[in-house]
Design a protein around this ligand. Sequence first.
Ligand code: AP5
Ligand code: MG
Length: 218
Amino acid sequence: MIVILLGPPGAGKGTQAQTLAKTRGIVQLSTGDMLRAAVKAGTDVGRQADTIMKSGGLVSDEIVIRIISDRIQEPDCAKGFLLDGFPRTLPQAVGLDKLLEQQGKTLDVVVEMKVDDTALIERITGRFTCAKCGTGYHDTFKPTKAKDTCDSCGSHEFTRRADDNAETVKSRLMAYYRETAPLIGYYFAKGKLKSIDGMAQIDEVERQLNTVLDAAAA
Ligand code: AP5
Ligand code: MG
């Protein structure tokens, strides 16, 4: 199935996408993760994206549509995928519609994760990630089970994102409200939108998400 997770920075898109990839075998496509990999690898795209990401702005539609266009044609996406952080603008949503149409594919559901703005800053500033396998954690809300040890791969190395500071979060939130929030109306009008309570605890959000995906798959 083809699913979009829609929500502001820190809403829990990546957390839930990682779980769904494990539990339902849906491929997670995070444009944020792909762009961070490009920055780390020092590619042309990475060089263009680096400054923009650090400032909390949005990378150009052209770049991200091309990344997604290439990625969804890979064999592991044949049975479907879950988009985390894409689309983020109306041109990206229209671009995705065109790509899916060209490939004879249909979008199943767009899940909006509703979270209060005040909770987002706390979530983002407490986030850390396993440097080896990418599993996401939070100082308070999702600590590792054993101190300084990744639950998934046992690594002891963790990273914090360059854009995870209170100042940049404000720019990211502004970009969300200006460019991405209009997609809620876009997908509602298409009859694809479902909303869930992203303020609930991580397990409860997962339960709600599974209910929505089960209904969309039925
Ligand atoms: P991206 O990586 O997509 O970042 P984002 O949208 O800002 O979202 P986050 O990854 O910050 O939040 P999330 O919803 O995944 O939250 P998470 O699950 O980690 O994009 C980064 C940048 O790349 C953009 O600013 C832009 O520059 C560029 N970019 C990417 N895609 C683009 C595109 N399509 N177009 C243009 N530019 C693009 O959770 C956050 C924390 O909260 C974690 O620590 C987690 O453990 C915790 N948490 C999760 N759920 C809960 C819960 N229910 N209760 C308590 N804590 C929770
Ligand atoms: Mg994320």
